[in-house]
Design a protein around this ligand. Structure first.
Ligand code: SAH
Length: 236
């Protein structure tokens, strides 16, 4: 881990691209409602427990964060775009404070009640001491958004902040080549089992086909078959 932590695997051009997408409001991945799979499986994420700390890697301005905070949980998110973070608070009608994080790696934006902490920094520079250990991770549009060669580092980081009894829910897609113009990357079940390896058990909670309305929302050809999958990952 020490060697990994020293390694710089930031992809600057990808970061610039994402920041620009937010400035241009070109964010087709953003959902206006709570993600339906999270709605269906929230009890599996929390194991029915209250007052958890739930982590959102590459959080964007997902409304899921506000929804979980309103249920009494604490939320920690990491996002490279300050536009995304400020828009999140504005749309949620929440006042926030802004401060530098040590090591000059970025900024912390925090709701006044301190229940939502969003770190504006590169996920690959995020450190466990920023937000501490977490009870659960909701990964939608995160693992599938990063470069394939960043996955190993990313997953080590996720497992290093997830408490041993924590739950990692992963949403990802399977689809034919060329279905999406740019990202996400497809992630197949066997890849997930391989990635999480001997440390974790993986089980599939659901798969579903994107509806016509969802395809239309994402600007995807109506005949394309896109399957959404949700996996529950727990440490052995
Ligand atoms: N999880 C969110 C957003 C998914 S899109 C949702 O469900 O809506 C991926 C997000 O990751 C974008 O908002 C992008 O700005 C952010 N991002 C991309 N690379 C990043 C990096 N290296 N560090 C932090 N955030 C990053």
């Amino acid at each position: 881990m020490a060697n990994d932590a020293d390694k710089d695997i930031t992809n600057e051009s990808s970061i610039d691209h994402w920041k620009m997408s937010w400035v241009e409001n070109s964010i087709p991945f953003h959902l206006l409602e709570v993600h339906p799979s999270l709605g269906r499986h929230v009890d599996k994420l929390t194991k029915g427990r209250d007052n958890l700390t739930i982590f959102f890697p590459l959080c964007g301005k997902a409304v899921d964060m506000r929804w979980l905070a309103e249920k009494g949980h604490k939320v920690i998110g990491v996002e490279i775009s300050d536009v995304a973070i400020k828009t999140f608070f504005k749309e949620a009608n929440l006042e926030f404070t802004e401060s530098d994080i040590k090591d000059g790696e970025g900024k912390l934006f925090m709701s006044k009640d301190e229940n939502i902490k969003l770190f504006q920094c590169d996920m690959f520079k995020y450190k466990r001491e920023f937000g501490g250990m977490v009870d659960a991770i909701w990964d939608r549009g995160a693992l599938e958004a990063i470069d394939v060669d960043q996955r190993e580092f990313y997953l080590k980081l996720m497992l290093s902040i997830l408490k041993l009894d924590g739950v990692y829910l992963l949403h990802c897609f399977e689809f034919p080549d060329g279905a999406f113009e740019t990202g996400p990357h497809e992630i197949k079940q066997n890849e997930i089992v391989e990635m999480f390896g001997p440390k974790c058990s993986v089980d599939k909670l659901e798969d579903y086909m994107l509806s016509q309305a969802q395809l239309e929302f994402h600007g995807i050809d109506q005949d394309t078959k896109i399957q959404g999958n949700v996996y529950r990952i727990v440490q052995k």
